[in-house]
Design a protein around this ligand. Structure first.
Ligand SMILES: Nc1ncnc2c1ncn2[C@@H]1O[C@H](COP(=O)(O)OP(=O)(O)OP(=O)(O)O)[C@@H](O)[C@H]1O
Ligand SMILES: [K+]
Ligand SMILES: [Mg+2]
Length: 677
């Protein structure tokens, strides 16, 4: 996806202009009550114009101009929405190209492979993809490691690693294997793939109004009804006072008073917010999530892979008293042979490099593999009379105790030493005997401290949650600069923490990639799954980060805040700038009969007609003038919500009052200069 492109690209503008006309269809206009009223007004004045023309009534020139500008008002609003949609449509076109049909090598029951079309693949099929080949569908790597080019989806040309077993197992159809060979279990049927969903999302086909938008729409519709009643009841009064008004003037007054500025831009603001996320390679499944991001109080992050690089590698074996380094390495390696996690593989590698232990083939033997789970926090094998486990220190200690053994003090000391250095200690046990400790080393990613400081300035508290022990957690938390941490957390603990925060009325965001993160991602108000993560995580969250960058949440929060601020600012501006139009139109309507109203005519507009026309023109042009602001969003700074609100009220409230006086006066002068009215 392109990172940034000019706001008004010629091709997008052209398409938007056509779409603006298509959107005149009353069925689609009806979704926007304010602009629908303007359209009805335009139709009404158009009909009257035709009738008046036939009857050779006077004032045709003025009425024609009013009618045209009313139509422009509707078209400008439609254009704003179409512009906001335009970028997404262009992106959808690009994505469709990545969706081309490819051949897949599908595993048959007898263990051989057959070539089938990618569209024939179904959930749970297993396919093989080698270097140079396209991955034919979405899935999870079940065997192998490969570097993959995902640029078709992310626009990022740097290859990424996808591997079986760990939290980087998800692959997307339409991306290309660059090296090695992987086997992939397909996880989505044709038509329901990530690419399909992404196309629907960027096109806006799935966009639904958020509860906030619906509430604002109701408010705007309410205001519209009030002004409609006010204008309708004005006429009897006007007739009574001897100054009956034409329908053209009455419709002009109505359109100027109802909140057309925000009514015309509201939907564009929402779409543009989603689009800004896409520009940052984040797909939001709902607009509601984007809004929630703007108000987040608490951010939960996973330690491994999120705050740290996540490539935990075994760097040392620390044997228990009476155990030789060789014996420990042998047990550690045996327990890790079938363990496809990065941790497991690195243990096998270390045993081989340091102790020359060659990997043994377990497949022919009667070996039972106990895979790692985030709940047990251990893994291992049962091979004949050898029962080997490795895992988190507290988990192994409990396990050994249950079998009647105990954890030597020296092993506990080694665990603490590894943990205090920020490493992850894994304890190895054979039978009920603790054999020693494996030191897994992980590195805190660069720039983390600064990112967390920025979140703090935004008023967001960061909490690191990890399955690791408290000492490791504390060391990493200190190094990374998070506000708080929760250690030895099982998947349910993550979810409980989120619920606790939510019960205090806080909005919680969480980023994660593992299957063990899925429940918490689903519970969070904003759940950002890493694209590289497991399928379960991606389905549970309400956003996916294509770059798999956990600190992306800073941008997501900024975009959410910007969306809320833009909507608030333009609503304020819209209502404030309608006020000024009273001062243009009311004196123009009644100054003849109530000279005292001349006092209101502080703009000294040339004639009653030019006053009405200037107000209508200004009302239409202000929509166009604000399209860039609606699409780009108001300037964002990491300030507290209160400071931002005050600043916005001042700028957009006061600005909204003053700008129309100047604008209408200028238009009036121009109209007089070119003798339009
Ligand atoms: N392959 C493995 N075999 C045995 N034990 C493991 C394995 N991988 C991790 N562990 C142990 O289980 C603990 C919990 O792992 P889990 O993946 O739940 O959390 P984590 O990766 O440490 O932290 P985070 O939640 O931040 O990713 C780890 O800290 C480690 O002690
Ligand atoms: K208006
Ligand atoms: Mg993990």
């Amino acid at each position: 996806m392109k990172k940034s492109s000019p706001l008004f690209q010629a091709s997008i503008v052209k398409r938007a202009a056509v779409d603006a006309l298509k959107k005149l269809d009353p069925r689609s206009m009806m979704k926007n009550p304010v602009m629908f009223v303007v359209e009805v007004g335009s139709v009404l004045t158009t009909l009257l114009l035709v009738i008046d023309r036939a009857g050779h009534k006077p004032g045709f020139g003025f009425n024609l101009q009013i009618t045209l500008w009313l139509w422009f008002t509707v078209l400008f609003a439609n254009f704003a929405e179409a512009m906001a949609e335009g970028r997404g449509k262009a992106q959808a076109d690009t994505l469709r190209k990545a969706k081309s049909e490819t051949l897949a090598r599908r595993l048959k029951k007898d263990g051989s492979y057959e070539e089938v079309a990618s569209s024939a693949l179904r959930v749970d099929d297993v396919v093989e993809a080698a270097a140079g080949q396209m991955i034919p569908g979405d899935g999870e790597v079940i065997y192998g490691v490969a570097s993959v080019d995902e640029s078709a989806i992310t626009g990022e040309s740097a290859p990424v690693i996808r591997e079986a077993g760990g939290d980087r197992s998800a692959v997307t159809g339409g991306t290309r294997v660059l090296s090695d060979l992987i086997r992939v279990r397909i996880t989505s049927n044709p038509g329901e793939t990530f690419l399909d969903r992404m196309i629907a999302l960027v096109e806006g086909a799935e966009r639904q109004k958020t509860p906030n938008e619906i509430a604002l729409n109701i408010l705007l519709a309410g205001l519209t009804i009030i002004f409609l009643l006010a204008v309708v009841t004005l006429q009897p009064f006007a007739i009574y006072s001897g100054a009956p008004q034409t329908v053209f003037v009455l419709v002009s007054l109505l359109v100027c008073l109802i909140p057309t500025t925000i009514g015309g831009l509201l939907s564009a603001i929402g779409i543009a917010g989603m689009d800004r996320l896409v520009q940052h390679n984040v797909l939001a499944m709902s607009g509601r999530a984007v809004e929630a991001a703007g108000d987040v109080n608490t951010l939960l992050l996973d330690k491994t892979g999120t705050i740290t690089i996540g490539n935990r590698e075994a760097t040392a074996f620390l044997p228990a008293p009476g155990v030789s380094a060789d014996q420990l390495a042998d047990a550690a390696q045996l327990s890790s042979l079938p363990d496809e996690t990065p941790e497991g593989r690195s243990i096998v590698v270390l045993a081989k490099e340091k102790f020359g232990l060659r990997g043994r083939e377990l497949s022919g033997l009667d070996a039972e593999f106990i895979p790692f789970s985030a709940t047990t926090r251990m893994s291992g094998v049962n091979l004949g009379d050898r029962v080997v486990r490795k895992g988190a220190a507290d988990a192994i200690e409990r396990y050994v105790n249950e079998l009647g053994g105990s954890m030597p003090r020296e092993v506990r000391d080694a665990v603490d030493e590894v943990a205090r250095s920020g490493g992850t200690p894994l304890v190895v046990a054979e039978g009920n005997r603790a054999m020693g400790v494996i030191h897994l080393k992980d590195i805190v990613k660069g720039g983390m401290k600064e990112r967390f400081a920025e979140l703090r300035r935004m008023g967001i508290r960061t909490i690191m949650i990890t399955g690791d022990n408290p000492l490791t957690a504390a060391a990493i938390a200190r190094e990374a600069g998070v506000d708080d941490f929760l250690a030895e957390a099982k998947p349910k603990d993550k979810m409980d923490l989120i619920k606790r925060e939510q019960n205090e009325g806080k909005l919680v965001a969480m980023t994660g990639d593992g299957t063990n993160d899925a429940p918490a991602l689903a519970q969070a108000d904003v759940g950002v799954a890493m694209n590289s993560g497991t399928q379960a995580a991606k389905e549970a969250g309400n956003m996916v980060d294509l770059d798999s960058n956990p600190t992306k949440l800073i941008e997501i929060v900024a975009i959410g805040k910007q969306l809320l601020m833009t909507r608030g600012a333009l609503t304020t501006f819209s209502i404030a700038n309608d006020v000024a139009k009273y001062f243009a139109i009311i004196p123009a309507m009644f100054a003849g009969v109530f000279p005292v109203l001349q006092l209101l005519n502080i703009m000294h507009l040339a004639t009653p007609q030019s006053a009405v026309l200037s107000a209508v023109i200004f009302n239409a042009l202000v929509i166009v003038a604000l399209i860039p602001l609606a699409l780009r969003g108001v300037g964002y700074r990491a300030l507290s919500a209160e400071a931002l609100l005050q600043r916005n009220l001042l700028v957009y409230g006061l600005g909204g009052m003053i700008v129309p006086f100047i604008g209408i006066k200028l238009i009036d002068m121009l109209i007089v200069a070119v003798h339009l009215a």
